[in-house]
Design a protein around this ligand. Sequence first.
Ligand code: SME
Length: 156
Amino acid sequence: MQKEAKYKEFLAEMKTLISGETDEVSVLANISAAIKEAFGFFWVGFYLVRSEQYMHLGPFQGPTACYKIPFGRGVCGSSWMEARTLVVPDVEQFPGHIACSSLSRSEIVVPIFNAGGHVVGVLDIDSTELATFDDIDRQYLEQACSLITDTLYTVA
Ligand code: SME
């Protein structure tokens, strides 16, 4: 199936999967599992803002990962600071990239906002291949993150 069609089907399934659920850990755990199952990416997970300085590891699927990421550091911390999606075709070319696994070659990080427009966490997906992610991934994963906002973070 074409990537775009797969994402459309995935988003419809994700809506049903999380509809009416309010527990952050449960919802994010199921979303990371659903993305991993649907697309087979190497690592899929969340880092959650827990203070002004750090995000902490949240629910994920894949190999074990770093516990804490500082504001502005690595791809995740940069996405948090800049409040925008970062698509990294080659992690070795990204200054300050945090290598949780040496197998990771490309990455996409999408910020998750609360209703007040503040970043509350990020969705991070890693691939063992170079240049796995493009604008289609960005577009649909941003839609997925906005569904997360509607489900979990409607109070600013
Ligand atoms: N590579 C990320 C760190 C998280 S892991 O990939 C799971 C980064 O540079 O922020």
